[in-house]
Design a protein around this ligand. Sequence first.
Ligand code: GLY
Length: 401
Amino acid sequence: MKLQDKKQELIQLGSNVQQDWLTQQLDWCCQTIEANMQRYGLDFPSACATNGNYRIKPNDDWTNGFWTGMLWLAYEWTGRETFLVRAMENIHSFQERLENHFVLDHHDIGFLYSLSAGAGYTVTDSLLCQQQILQAADVLMARFQKKGQFIQAWGKLGDPKEYRLIIDSLINLPLLFRATEISGDMRYQEVAQKHYQTLLKTVIRENATTFHTYYFDPLTGKPSHGATHQGNSDDSIWARGQSWAILGIPLNESYSQNKQENGAQKDTSLTNAGFPQNYNEIVDVFLTNLPQDLVPYWDFDFNDQVPSDKDSSALAITACGLLEADKSNAYPAAKELAQGMIYQLGEKYSAKHETVNEGLLLHGVYAHAEGKGIDEPNLWGDYFYFEALMRLANPEWKKYW
Ligand code: GLY
């Protein structure tokens, strides 16, 4: 199927997304979250499920924020206090984690604290959440490497084997922009912008496909080479990596554009929407690689002729990205395409008709080479499906990022 035909089919599917359908899906998400809440208590679900169920764990991974984020979404959708109370209990757990610096030696501080404290601050104006954003932002700032001008993703700071950034980091940066908004301290925003610019110049290939990670020389800071971590090979296109770009760019631009409104010079290398010139191509790469049922394989080395496992989470992330991009008219028919993606996920990939399943979205992949979470729900798939429904049902919804 050609790109134009895929778009047409998505737009056609998207025309089924009416308020009733969204309400049914959102109500079901909240019922699932409430049932899961009883089982998890003050603990958290694991990053991915096994046979449809999450393991119960402490707050010790990069993914815990997705659970708390879903509690905030459920509170916003239902207005029911039970979700608010549990979300605030989670905030205390995140505070403890900060105070003990517990499993925070990595860059995913944004994933963790945007969806816990960031969401809490958006929804309630809580002072505790506000302070937590600043404290968490300081932890993230400590990973900035002047040599190379990027935030080191993983490992011991300066370790040559880990001197790299990864595409997922785009979603960690909004925490820094928010820290500047709250404190007026420009250092946070400056680091976010430096990392963002470095990332755009390195991890995105000339043909608008993406590496998963990109290395730098620790002595000179010079960009060195791209390599994968969760994709099929260094040169392949990891589907979720492409989605992190489709979501991450509009999230970061939402802050840069605020800045432009305040009188900054317009950069002519950008599109009319103020996005990097290759944004549309990045989206096109994703759409072009969608198979017949429009839900991507986990890596674009695979297709209907050479099939492998699907990663439904990549489509949910992309839908949120297109809905964010739509606010700046950055991609033609972005909202209609996102509606088609969410309808297809809701009708064909959701766990709505399963009897024993704690996830919202079936058929995700966590890390294929490691055999992790293959053909299972995962927390970010669930979260972004829920977030996309919320964005569609309530265009005034204020993002947590
Ligand atoms: N951010 C890690 C992943 O997408 O699996």
